[in-house]
Design a protein. Structure first.
Length: 302
C-alpha cells in the first residue's frame, strides 16, 4: 500500500470516530431487571480513551473475564462516541459501572456513583505534548499564535493538565493559542501528524497504542513535554447495584495481576494494575481542579 492510500485508510478510521457531525447514538435500554430465566445485566461504560471500535477491542477481554468470575450477574461493555455522550450517560444514571477520568469521577459522585478502584498507576496519569519532528516547536512559547489539539475540554490528562502546564510556562491558554477539541485521543495525535495543529495533547496509554498500531506515522512525531502526574482513572459503581455484585467486580479487578490471563488483559489495556481506592482518594483531584479553574478556565463539557 502506498503512503497516500495508507494515510487515507488511517484518516478514514480515525475521522469516522471523531467527526464533528456524529450520527445520533442508538438509545440503549438500561435495566438490571432480568427476563425470566436469565441473570441481570449491568453495563460498564468506559470514557473515550479510544474510538468506539478500538475501545471495544481493548476492553472486551476484561468484560469477558469479569463474566467468568461473576455469580448471578453479567457485565456488558459500552463505548461512547465522544466525551459529551459519555458524560450524559452518567449524568442520567444510565450505566451501572463506569470507568471515567478523574474529573468525570468527581462529577459522577454527584449523581450517585462511588469509587471502587483506580485503573492504573498514578505515575502513568500525566499529560504529554506530541509535536512533529520536522516542526519548529522546541519550547512552550513556540506555540504562541498556533493551534493545539485536545480530545475534549474535560479530558483531565489530555487537556486540563496540559493547559495548566502551558499556563505556568508562560503561555496564556485563552489568548496566546487556539484550543481545538477534536473528540478523541487518536484525533489529537493525527491532527499533529497532518500539520493541522502545532502540538497535540494526550496521555501515555493512547500514545503507546498509536506508536504500536501506526509506527509509520508515529516515526514522524515525538513527545515534547510532559506534566507532573496526578491520580489515574477510577472504576465506579452506581449506588443501587447490589453489594454482592459490587464486591465481586472489585475483587476480580484487584486480583488481575495474580494470574497470567489477568496480566495479559491488563497489558492489552495498557494498564499496570487496578488499585484499591474510594471517593476520598480523589480529593486531591478536586483541589487540582479548583486551582485550575481559578488560574486558567472553567471546566465544562463541550
Amino acid at each position: 500500500m502506498n503512503k497516500l492510500a495508507h494515510l487515507t485508510c488511517l484518516l478514514g478510521a480515525i475521522l469516522l470516530a471523531a467527526c464533528e457531525q456524529q450520527p445520533v447514538e442508538k438509545p440503549l435500554q438500561y435495566s438490571s431487571v432480568a427476563p425470566n430465566g436469565t441473570v441481570p445485566v449491568y453495563r460498564l461504560a468506559i470514557h473515550p480513551l479510544y474510538n468506539p471500535q478500538k475501545l471495544s477491542e481493548t476492553y472486551q477481554p476484561l468484560v469477558a473475564h469479569l463474566n467468568q468470575q461473576l455469580q448471578g450477574a453479567r457485565i456488558e461493555l459500552e463505548a461512547s462516541r465522544d466525551y459529551a455522550a459519555f458524560e450524559h450517560k452518567y449524568a442520567a444514571r444510565e450505566p451501572a459501572f463506569l470507568l471515567p477520568n478523574p474529573w468525570q469521577t468527581l462529577a459522577a459522585m454527584k449523581t450517585g456513583y462511588s469509587v471502587i478502584a483506580m485503573a492504573g498507576d498514578a505515575e502513568d496519569f500525566r499529560g504529554i505534548f506530541i509535536v512533529r519532528k520536522d516542526g519548529q516547536i522546541k519550547v512552550p512559547a513556540d506555540l504562541k499564535g498556533k493551534a493545539v489539539s485536545y480530545p475534549s475540554p474535560t479530558a483531565l490528562a489530555a487537556a486540563i493538565m496540559p493547559q495548566y502546564f502551558l499556563q505556568t510556562h508562560g503561555v496564556d491558554v485563552k489568548r496566546d493559542i487556539q484550543n481545538i477539541y477534536v473528540g478523541s485521543q487518536e484525533s489529537s495525535i493525527i491532527n499533529v501528524y497532518l500539520g493541522k495543529t502545532a502540538a497535540g495533547a494526550t496521555w501515555p496509554p493512547p500514545w503507546r497504542v498509536f506508536q504500536r498500531d501506526h509506527p509509520r506515522e508515529a516515526a514522524e512525531l515525538e513527545q515534547a513535554w510532559e506534566t507532573p502526574p496526578l491520580l489515574n482513572n477510577s472504576v465506579m459503581v452506581r449506588d443501587d447495584v447490589p453489594e454482592a455484585v459490587r464486591t465481586q467486580v472489585t475483587k476480580t479487578l484487584l486480583e488481575l495481576t495474580a494470574t497470567a490471563q489477568g496480566r495479559a488483559i491488563l497489558a492489552g489495556m495498557e494498564t499496570a494494575r487496578f488499585h484499591a481506592a474510594d471517593d476520598r482518594s480523589y480529593g486531591v483531584v478536586a483541589a487540582y481542579i479548583e486551582r485550575f479553574e481559578k488560574e486558567v478556565r472553567r471546566v465544562e463539557s463541550k
